[in-house]
Write a protein that binds this ligand. Sequence first.
Ligand code: ADP
Length: 654
Amino acid sequence: MRESPLRTYEGQIRIVLVLLVLFLAVAIYCNVHLLIIARNAIQDEAGRRLGLEADLVRAELERDQMLRGLRSGPEDVPYIPPTYLDRIARVKGMVGIAILSMDGGILSSSDPRRVGQIDPFLSAPGGRALGTLRIGRSVVTPLDRAAGSRHATLAAYSPIRDRRRESIAVIRVEQEVPVLAGVDRSLRAIAALQAGGLVLLLVMVILFARWLLQPYRRLLSAAGGAPGTLSGLGRAGGHDGADELLLAFRGVLDKMRDQERELITLERREGGVTDALIPGERLIGGMTSAVLVFDARGRLAVTNAAASRLLHLDGAAAGKSIADLLAAHPRLVALIEESLATGRGRSREVLPLSGPSGKETHLGAMVSPIRPVSPDGAASGPVEGVICLLADLTEIKMLRERVGLKENLASLGEMSAGIAHEFRNSLAAIQGFARLIARTAGRGGAGREEAREHADAILREVESVEKVVRDFLRYARPAALDLADVDLERLVRGEVAGFREECDARGLSVVVKGSFPSVRADEALLRQALNNLLRNAAEAIAGRNGSPDAPRESSNGGGRIEVRGMPDPHLSGGARIAIADNGPGIARDHLARLFRPFFTTKDRGTGLGLALVQKVAALHDGRIEVDSEPGRGAVFTLVLPARPGQHDTPGSLS
Ligand code: ADP
């Protein structure tokens, strides 16, 4: 249903403006009408005077016997000289005097050219002037003023009557009326001006209405197109857009008031009740990063489970000071205390962290001061505490190291393979000469015997150097993976079988357990890696590591090596091969250096075995893990993805 325009805001504005224009139009009309009445009154007065003038002229004509002939009969028209009329006209300051017959013909005139013509006013079709004159009354013409002219004339017609009082002729006198001309001119100018003004006003009113209504329409369309529903909009019942806007505005105000109340409640809760489980605590409780919040005095206010795990905090940590809580982590304490004191935050700090077992992890730390937030959203004012976010970067660091190692190995391999090749050639030559000495010395005599011993020594040394070079070449040569589907179980059992004879000789038992999935790998490289791990285990049990605290015999009496196979829980199709021994274990300070090339604790070791194992693991995009404590054996675990290139979730040194 269409709404009445009187009820809408737009309709009301339009009606007011239309009424305003109408009022002004009526005012202008009245104004002009009054002016016309005034002009007509002046004109009537001038006409009346002119009629009197005409009567005077008639009286003069009668006095001078000029009209006598008129009364004798129509056919006997008297001659009234135009010069006579002209003289009277000039004497009286008139434009002209004429004597007309009762049918409008000009009998005589002060202007001789007009004699014989028909008077246009009296002969005008539909004119009632002649009738009026016949009944003996005077007639005045309308004002005669050419457009734009300052001059105007008025003419009066007065009847000439005989004794029976019948009109027999008409006197016409014409006079200039400058005052009336001025009034008429002003009247027309004022009327034109006011009509123009009215049109201009109409245009301005239309523009004003648009200008006035435009912001309102914009507001209405913005409110209508606003995302979400403004409460009140479209609900104004029978009301128009202005009412809807008002309701929507009230709705927005109500919402803001509600939010303000909510904020005040939250602020009060934060400031007053610390024990309550506030949403923020619930939020950080589920975070995987460690979160620690300290108050301005440096006491732990809030923490989460990840922080307790990472920093080994107990249940009574809340309320303790930074120094007591993080005594084992002085760099972290320094960071937090600095932030509390200076109000400056720190981000992307990497801190080493030693666990109780001596295992080193790397923490990414972010420390931010807590300040009150002003209404415009900026944090300002005194530091109220510090929030500390910690993330364990060890895995990322290891991943980076593995990638770095892979890249380093490639360049190192290219460089050293060439050198070692030359070195090997020289060794071959030395070896040849030594054999020659040995052969000639074998021909007899004590000197020769001595020469043979030296030559043997040379041979042994050369063999040893040869082994180093061979191992180093294996380690350093850039290896192109010769990938194939490898049945790990077959490979492991084969290696163990080849190794069993040596173990039997040393009185060691070797067992293979678990399941071994098939992987895509370089079989020859995997064999070398496994062989190195088995050999190390056997040598450790046999006490060849040279470690002072290494027991000669294991605690359970017999040396035992266990090779366990299992699928990797993080890698689909990946495998874990653990080689565990009950040897002397590994000293803590050796753990970090174990995989460095040339690190060895053995008299005749090369220190390249584990480096090669690590290289093989890295080439397969896997990794090697070690878990050991002095006196409790060692477990080396080779982790292999189902195929190289499949990245895993890296584990840590455990
Ligand atoms: P090498 O066997 O020539 O010494 P490796 O790189 O194979 O070189 O081993 C480096 C060092 O790691 C060894 O000298 C030894 O001290 C230690 N190690 C390796 N495997 C074991 C193990 N199973 N038990 C104890 N120590 C080990």
